[in-house]
Design a protein around this ligand. Structure first.
Ligand SMILES: [Zn+2]
Length: 68
């Protein structure tokens, strides 16, 4: 299989890099909700995309999960 985001060889639909980024983004959502209060998943993904600290892998994941 190939990663649906970058086309690298992958064992699932995401390569190891994007899979790891996806797990980080999902984990960080719970941490964010604890630190800043409840936030909608879509709003959180928007934040991830706009945050200059967010790495390229995570941005691509946020775009994928956000559906746009
Ligand atoms: Zn990838």
């Amino acid at each position: 299989m190939k990663c649906r985001l970058c086309g690298r060889a992958a064992t699932a639909d995401l390569c190891a890099y994007h899979q790891a980024a996806k797990e980080r983004v999902e984990t960080a959502y719970a941490l964010w909700a604890n630190a800043h209060g409840k936030i909608e998943w879509k709003d959180y993904l928007d934040n991830v995309k706009r945050n200059p600290q967010t790495g390229q892998w995570a941005k691509e994941i946020a775009e994928l999960l956000g559906g746009n």
